[in-house]
Design a protein around this ligand. Structure first.
Ligand code: AMP
Ligand code: MG
Length: 337
């Protein structure tokens, strides 16, 4: 065989090898932050990257867990004043900023109230009005101060980053996958999804947007290179003796699980921690409040699903959303500025 032909054959084999290698899928399943998680990554760095990302999420859990006796948040909650890592201090400052911008709908000090409802132990109960109003006296993000790495809580306060930690974990997992040379990955952290790049074939990822009222998906959202985070009380809830269903997201105004007609809030933006913080806060605000907030803050897209069969979707992603054929009775309304 002529050398030229041999060279062409070797080149072809090399390219075939490259393209097969670059789309090699690696799936890593693990449990962290009380959530089943799955990283699906593609390419030669996928296995190392997914392993390192999973270890990083476990490390964040050890830092931020409200129940782990060795975590920084635990130390802070049990002393009222503690030196923490810059990373924990940054995330606390971030949560306090979002609390401020959402007028306390995101309330990182709601934990004692959440505990009274039994969401932290799974011993669910309905606390009395007196108990709730007593606990609410110590709920106020404005009484938390962060001075470089020293965090101080007001009297009787406890801090819980449960509404933002998974979003931040998604950002960190994405960063680590990128560092490992991964250009395509889907990071699934329960209600949080972080998308690194596009699918290996260059098309967008297709994500099911869950029907919060029943089984299945209300539709499919096509997206890439962003985070998509959903909050809803259907995710964790219990049914009281009188049949009332109570969910795990508390309205800080009255200390009672949110019940305002909004069934789920999905936020789409670049940063996972921002999506996570906003999905919880906008769920608390309800459909009208969430729409008002979106109009005043131009840096994210959202999908709101209400209990009267409406889906509100912002114009930035409306063309990327396909309503499911079994859900055509829902009315889709596009939100424009
Ligand atoms: P997410 O699933 O991100 O919406 O976060 C819900 C979690 O955040 C709950 O399980 C609680 O740990 C905590 N949480 C509940 N209500 C609030 C609230 N109003 N503000 C901040 N965190 C909350
Ligand atoms: Mg959240």
């Amino acid at each position: 065989m002529k050398p030229k032909i041999i060279a062409v054959i070797i080149l072809c084999l090399l390219f075939a090898g490259c393209s097969a290698g670059s789309s090699k899928e690696y799936v890593s399943d693990f449990f962290a932050m009380d959530t089943f998680m799955r990283i699906t990554a593609y390419g030669s760095g996928a296995e190392n990257g997914a392993g390192a990302a999973a270890r990083r999420i476990a490390e964040l859990e050890r830092l931020l867990s409200v129940t782990d006796g060795n975590s920084e948040i635990y130390a802070l909650n049990h002393s009222g004043n503690a030196g923490v890592s810059s990373e924990t201090a940054d995330l606390i400052s971030f949560a306090l900023n979002v609390a401020e911008s959402t007028d306390g709908a995101l309330e990182p000090t709601i934990y004692p109230v959440l505990s009274a409802w039994g969401f932290t132990t799974d011993n669910h109960r309905v606390p009395s009005e007196e108990e709730i109003s007593e606990l609410l006296k110590n709920v106020d993000y404005k009484s938390v101060t962060v001075d470089e790495n020293t965090v101080t809580l007001g009297e009787g306060m406890m801090l819980d980053l449960g509404a933002v930690a998974k979003g931040y974990a998604g950002d960190e997992a994405e960063r680590i996958l990128r560092e490992n040379g991964v250009e395509s990955a889907l990071i699934y952290l329960g209600g949080n999804i972080q998308l690194l790049g596009k699918k290996p074939d260059g098309s967008e990822w297709r994500l099911g947007i869950k029907d919060p009222a029943s089984e299945g998906n209300v539709g499919i959202l096509s997206a890439s290179d962003c985070a998509v985070v959903t909050s809803g009380n259907y995710e964790r809830s219990f049914t009281a003796d009188d049949g009332t269903v109570y969910g795990h997201i508390i309205d800080p105004e009255n200390g009672i699980p949110v019940n305002n007609g909004l069934l789920s809030a999905t936020i789409v933006a670049k940063e996972g921690r921002m999506c996570d913080a906003l999905s919880t806060a906008l769920f608390v605000m309800g459909s009208d409040g969430a729409q008002e907030y979106w109009r005043a803050n131009n840096n994210f897209d959202m999908i709101l699903i209400t209990d009267d069969g409406e889906i509100f979707i912002t114009d930035g992603i409306s063309d990327s959303f396909e309503l499911d054929s079994a859900h055509t009775s829902l009315s889709v309304k596009i939100l424009y500025k």
